[in-house]
Design a protein around this ligand. Sequence first.
Ligand SMILES: Nc1nc2c(ncn2[C@@H]2O[C@H](COP(=O)(O)OP(=O)(O)OP(=O)(O)O)[C@@H](O)[C@H]2O)c(=O)[nH]1
Ligand SMILES: [Mg+2]
Length: 307
Amino acid sequence: MGFFDKIKQGLKKTREGTGGVLNSVLANFRKVDEDTLDELMEAMLLADLGYECAEKTTDELRRRAKLQSVNTREELTEMLCGILTEQMTPNTGLKLDTKPSVILVLGVNGVGKTTTIGKIGARLAKEGKKVLFAAGDTFRAAAAEQLSIWAERCGADIVKHAEGADPSSVIFDGISAAKARGVDVVICDTAGRLHNKQNLMNELSKMARVISRELPGADVETLLVLDATTGQNAVLQAEAFNEAAALTGLVITKLDGTAKGGIAINVSSRLNVPVKLIGVGEGIDDLLDFDASEFVRAFFDGGENEN
Ligand SMILES: Nc1nc2c(ncn2[C@@H]2O[C@H](COP(=O)(O)OP(=O)(O)OP(=O)(O)O)[C@@H](O)[C@H]2O)c(=O)[nH]1
Ligand SMILES: [Mg+2]
């Protein structure tokens, strides 16, 4: 299946739900007047784009439509896609050039951190890279077990400690093992509990300190995983984590399970952090590189031209 088809299939629910509403506004459109803009604004709010982003988009549409005539549905769709794409921070991909480099994976309970690590590990292994997982979720014994299964599946090494160990010590040992074994990428799992913000900040800065002390100058991707099905809650999580850690990218999971894929646009435009990857299923291959323009197009494609 091609890349665009995979996004389209993953976003099926979003296209049918939100895309359907937007497309019916677009289908009935004659000219860009205040009624059309109101209807589009409403549809974008339903899509979980958030008030700020929906308003910015509407204002920009109004402005551009005055400068350039918009007569057809295609022209309006084109203009709208362009504006939405520009609101998102461009995805420059994962930067993992040093050996080893590190990916630190953060996020609240159950968003899909461990699954995403498995998918990223499998992808890197396919590219011929040597991968090591550091089981930094020491909160639950089952967490390290789950990560071990993924490690086996994609041929990655794993470093784990007993339940209750200090996550930073797991990361320290993971990095030491990586240096000794010539590993290319260390991927660190973390526990999902948010507890309170001060705790979160302390724990995250301790992990970051260990990494920068042990691997000065190394490429470090700090990825926040967000569950698309949680809608506006994902925005709050993103804001909290963005204050506590220097995020380099977002991963939006479970886009296959929601009609509200607009959350990807919302979060990226608010935080100024690029969405780098999206999850569109539970399988090992259900991880896609995020491309803002393709995403927006798939999102609007109502399904009448399925090919
Ligand atoms: N449909 C779908 N399910 C997903 C996706 N990503 C993860 N999941 C599922 O979400 C559930 C939770 O995933 P985990 O990877 O365990 O999440 P986690 O963030 O590590 O959870 P904790 O370790 O408990 O904090 C699992 O059942 C996954 O299969 C996705 O992109 N789509
Ligand atoms: Mg986990």
